[in-house]
Design a protein around this ligand. Structure first.
Ligand code: KG4
Ligand code: ZN
Length: 338
C-alpha cells in the first residue's frame, strides 16, 4: 500500500510517499525559513501563501523521485490540526481534491500524533513508552500504551521550548530559527556561567513553563535592577547555560514520567528533539536509570510528511475514516480523551 502524506501546519511544506508499513520512498521537505527570515519568524498569512506556492511542487517532486504516478497512491494522509489555519486549509484542500479525483481514502491526522510515531520510521517504537514532543509550539509528554492509545501526562502552561530558543536567539541578534543558531554558538562554551531557571517550576505540578526563562535572559541581555547587561562576548556562555537548563529540565521530566509509569522506553520528537545537548543529556541520564531513550534522525524530528503518512496508515488500518467535510483546527486533542 502506498500512502501520500502531506504536511503544512507551520513553515514546512512537505510531501512524502510511504510504502506501508514503514518504508519511506521519499520525504520531500520544502522549508520556508529562507522566505521567512526577513520577517524574523513565521507570519501566518505569508506562510499559508507560501504553502500554496510550494506544496503541489513537493508532491510532484515526491512522485518523480519515487518513480510513482499519482494513480499508484492508495491512501492520502494530511495534517488537519494543530497549526496555522491558513496552511492547514491549503494542505487539506489539496488532499481532499486528490481523494475526490482519485477516489482514494483520505485520513486527517493530528500533527502531534505524527511526531509521536515518527520513531516508528527509524528503529521502531516499543510499547508501553513515554514520549515527549518538543517543538516551536508544544512541550507535551505522553504515555503510549499501544500505537493508538496515548494519554497526555503534562504540557507547557505558556511558551514552547522551540519558541524560547527562537526568542533567546532573537535577543542575541542570531536570527531565526533559534535552535540551531543557539546550539552552534554554545558549542564548547561554559554552560555553568549563568544560573537559569528550570523549565519545570515546582509550583506547576510537573507542567512546563518557559516564559520565566525568556524573561530571565531578557534581563541578562538588557541589564536590570542595577545589574549590568551581559557583555556580548559572554552571549555564547549565556546560550550554553540556557540550552543546558532546557535540556536538563526536559530530560528530568521525561525520566520522572517513565519512572512513574514504570516504562523502559523514552522517545522524543519535534524540532527541539534535534538538539544535540538534549539528546546526549537524556541518553546519559536515562541510561543511569536503566531506561532506553531513542530519537529519530533530524529529518524526522522537524516537521515532515513521512510521519504524517505513517500516522495516517496506523489510523486507516484501525478503521478510522475521514471525509471531505472534516475541518481544520488550531489545537490538538491527541491524548486528551483517553
Ligand atoms: O517541530 P518543528 O519543526 O515545528 C513545529 O511544529 O513547531 O519545530 C521547530 C522548532 C523551532 O522553534 C526551532 O528553533 C527548533 O524547533 N529547533 C531546535 C533545533 N532545531 C530546531 N531547537 C533546539 N535545538 C535545535 N538543534
Ligand atoms: Zn511539528
Amino acid at each position: 500500500m502506498l500512502i501520500l502524506g502531506l504536511e503544512s501546519t507551520c513553515d514546512e511544506s512537505s510531501a512524502s510517499i510511504l510504502e506501508a508499513p514503514t518504508d519511506i520512498l521519499v520525504n520531500v521537505v520544502k522549508s520556508q525559513i529562507d522566505d521567512l527570515k526577513k520577517y524574523g519568524g513565521v507570519v501566518p498569512e505569508i506562510a499559508s501563501r507560501l504553502h500554496l506556492n510550494y506544496l503541489i511542487g513537493t508532491i510532484n517532486e515526491a512522485l518523480e523521485k519515487s518513480s510513482k504516478s499519482i494513480s499508484d497512491i492508495d491512501l492520502i494522509a494530511v495534517s488537519h490540526r494543530p497549526g496555522l489555519l491558513g496552511g492547514l486549509l491549503v494542505g487539506t484542500t489539496i488532499a481532499k481534491t486528490l481523494s475526490l479525483l482519485l477516489k482514494k481514502p483520505l485520513i486527517m491526522v493530528d500533527h502531534l500524533y505524527g511526531h509521536l510515531v515518527a520513531s516508528d520510521l527509524d528503529k521502531g517504537i516499543q510499547y508501553p513508552c513515554v514520549a515527549g514532543i518538543f517543538s516551536g509550539a508544544h512541550s507535551n509528554i505522553y504515555y503510549g500504551k499501544d500505537d493508538l492509545t496515548w494519554e497526555m501526562i503534562c504540557k507547557s502552561r505558556d511558551d514552547a521550548p522551540g519558541e524560547a530558543f527562537d526568542k533567546v536567539s532573537k535577543l542575541m541578534g542570531l536570527g531565526y530559527p533559534g535552535g540551531p543558531a543557539i546550539q552552534k554558538i554554545a558549542e564548547n562554551r561554559n554552560d555553568k556561567m549563568f544560573k537559569i531557571p528550570s523549565p519545570v517550576p515546582k509550583s506547576l505540578n510537573g507542567d512546563f513553563s518557559f516564559s520565566g526563562i525568556k524573561t530571565h535572559i531578557l534581563y541578562q541581555i538588557k541589564g536590570s535592577n542595577a545589574k549590568t547587561a551581559c557583555p556580548k562576548e559572554n552571549y555564547p556562555d549565556l546560550a550554553a547555560s540556557f540550552q543546558k537548563s532546557v535540556a536538563e529540565g526536559l530530560s528530568k521530566r521525561l525520566i520522572d514520567c517513565a519512572l512513574e509509569k514504570n516504562v523502559k522506553n523514552i522517545y522524543i520528537g519535534g524540532g527541539v528533539a534535534a538538539n544535540q545537548i538534549l539528546r546526549s543529556y537524556l541518553q546519559e541520564k536515562s541510561n543511569e536509570q536503566g531506561i532506553k531513550s531513542e530519537y529519530p534522525p533530524l529529518s524526522l524530528c522537524v516537521d515532515n510528511a513521512a510521519m504524517i503518512a505513517r500516522a495516517g496508515y496506523i489510523l486507516h488500518e484501525s478503521g478510522v475514516k475521514s471525509n471531505l467535510s472534516d475541518n481544520v483546527y488550531s489545537r490538538s486533542v491527541w491524548g486528551l480523551d483517553c
